[in-house]
Design a protein around this ligand. Sequence first.
Ligand SMILES: [Zn+2]
Ligand SMILES: [Zn+2]
Length: 345
Amino acid sequence: MKAVRLHSIGDIRCDEIDIPVPHGEELLIKVGACGVCGSDLPRTFEHGTSSGIYPLTIGHEFAGEVVAVGEKADSSLIGAKGAVFPLIPCRKCDPCTVGKYVMCEKYDYLGSRSDGGFAEYCLLPSEWHLIRAKSAPMELLAMTEPACVAQHAVRRAKITAGQFAVIFGAGPIGIMAARWARIFGAEPLLVDIVAEKVEFAKSKGLNAINSREEDLIAAIKSLNNGRLADAAIEGTGSGKALISCVECVRGGGCIALLGNPMGNSELPLKIHSTILRKELEINGVWNSSRAPYPVDEWAYTVKMMDEGRFEAADLITDRPTHEELPQVLKELKDGTRRSVKVMCI
Ligand SMILES: [Zn+2]
Ligand SMILES: [Zn+2]
C-alpha cells in the first residue's frame, strides 16, 4: 500500500509498504480520505513526531471502511464505515477515569505518535475508535475531527440561542465554528486579516470582516442592535486577537481560547483590568469530547453529517493523491499554495 511517511524532520515521502494485519481487537480500515491539519506542517518540518518513532505515517483527520478485523473483534464490523477518533487514551489516569480522554496523561495518537491516515490502510486499536456513519460521504466524515474541535469551542464559549458571537480566524475551523454557532441558534461574525479568507467566508453566507480595514466594534454594534458581543472565540493564537476579544465582549460575557499561542502575547495592563471590570469568563479549549457526558461531540457530529445538517466538505479546495501529498505539504509550508482545506484521497 501507499503510505506518506515522515522519515526525519523535513524528510517526508510516499512509500510502498505492506498492508498491516489486525490482531486482537484491532480493525483494519481502508482509508477513504484524510485531511491536512495545520499541526501537520510543524510536525513535518519543525519538531517531528511526538513519539520519536520514524518512519511514521502522519495524518489524523480521517475516515474509512472496515475491511478486516482481529481475532477478538466483531467480524460483523466488516463493511462498516465511519470517522476515526485518533486519540488512544490510557484509560487508567485520573482524567481518563472521568472521561476527559483528551487530557490523558499517557496517550498514544494515530498520525503523530503511531501510524495514521495518510495511507491506503490503517489499523485502529479497537471498535471504539470508529464512529459509525450511515450515509455521510468519506470526505465529509474526514472533517469530523476539526468539526468537533470547532463545536467544542462553541460550547466552551457558552454560545447559546439568541446570542451574538465573534470568531477570530476565518479558516476551516472558524467557518465550522460559525456554522455550529448558527445551529445552536446564535449569530456569528468572523474576523480575519487575510482578504481571501474574509471573502471565502462571505461566499459561504457568513458575516465576515477584515479587521485591518474595518472597525470591529462598529461592525459588531451594527449587526447586534448597538450592543457588544455576548461571546468570542479566539481561533488564531495571536495576542492581538485576544486583546480584541476582551474589547468586543460585553460585561459578563465569555471568551474561549482555541488558537495555539504564537508570537508575542503579553497582555496590556488596560486589557488585564478590563477583564476584571467586565467580569469576563475565559475558558481554554483543548480538542473535543468523546465521552458520553455531557455530550459525545463525535457521535453528535457524525449524526448531523449523516442527516445532512452539518456541511463541511465544501471547504475542501485541494485533493492531492498520496504521491502528490509530500510536495503539497512543502508548498503549504512555503506559502506558495493557498488552500482552505486539503484532503488527501
Ligand atoms: Zn487536527
Ligand atoms: Zn489516561
